[in-house]
Design a protein around this ligand. Structure first.
Ligand code: C5P
Length: 227
């Protein structure tokens, strides 16, 4: 395939406090990672690279093989790093030579619909260097310091960034090779390297499972029969 999806799943899940690395916490009978991978495999055909905690590489491979079935040759699993950026870098090192477009996806956005992957790849195929799924802000956002509001921001100019974030492979490789500071996401890193980032429509279901309330929401969504 000419697409690779790096699924970063090496976070500790401290804020979720579920007693296991976040990607291995169950939503229903299946883990966060398993749900994320099911949706990745339902999207555009791609090399799928799972970045797992060092002591969970074997577990991640088992999960990925269960989802991939006959397509198991598409899977690679590598150990992550201390930060998300280091984990993405570890994934990037094993992208196959023929791959043109790399998508980076948070396993924690486990319910992201496959159509979001399709939109991101379509934006790259139409010539964009980078593509970011976004959703409108629901809350009004303020710039604050420890005790007071510094400025009100115009909500119409703001959007919430999701994953999968997609890039021309050469652009992402170069941005990672040049990256010094830790950026919160890959689009920020690529923008800092001087590239324009196109937006595509994200999806409410691509929310990131961070707290136990988010996990409850994911559980509730999966419990409702889908049409
Ligand atoms: O912590 P947070 O939920 O923002 O992490 C976003 C994604 O990055 C998660 O899927 C998490 O597993 C991954 N991550 C990682 N390596 C780290 C930290 C986070 O792969 N060192």
């Amino acid at each position: 395939p000419h697409v690779a999806v790096i699924v970063v799943a090496a976070g500790s899940g401290t804020r979720l406090a579920a007693g296991a690395p976040k990607a291995f916490v169950g939503i229903d009978e299946h883990s966060i990672l398993r749900h994320a991978l099911e949706r990745v495999f339902a999207g555009p055909l791609a090399q799928v690279i799972v970045v797992a905690p060092e002591d969970r590489v074997g577990d991640a491979l088992t999960e990925a093989r269960a989802v991939a079935g006959a397509r198991h040759e598409l899977i690679d699993v590598v150990a992550g790093g201390r930060t998300r950026q280091e984990s993405v870098a570890a994934g990037l090192r094993v992208v196959w030579p023929a791959v043109e477009y790399v998508l980076v996806h948070d396993a924690a956005r486990a319910l992201t619909p496959p159509v979001v992957f399709t939109r991101v790849v379509a934006a790259l195929e139409s010539g964009h260097d980078a593509a970011l799924p976004v959703v409108p802000m629901v809350d009004t956002v303020k710039r604050v310091d420890a005790v007071r509001v510094i400025a009100a921001l115009d909500r119409s100019e703001l959007a919430a960034a999701q994953t999968p974030q997609g890039f021309r492979r050469a652009v992402l490789d170069a941005a990672y090779a040049a990256a010094a500071a830790d950026h919160t996401d890959d689009a920020a890193l690529v923008q800092a390297a001087g590239h324009e980032v196109a937006t595509v429509a994200g999806d409410a279901l691509a929310f990131k499972i961070t707290t136990s309330a988010d996990l409850d929401r994911a559980r509730a969504l999966l419990a409702v029969p889908r049409a």
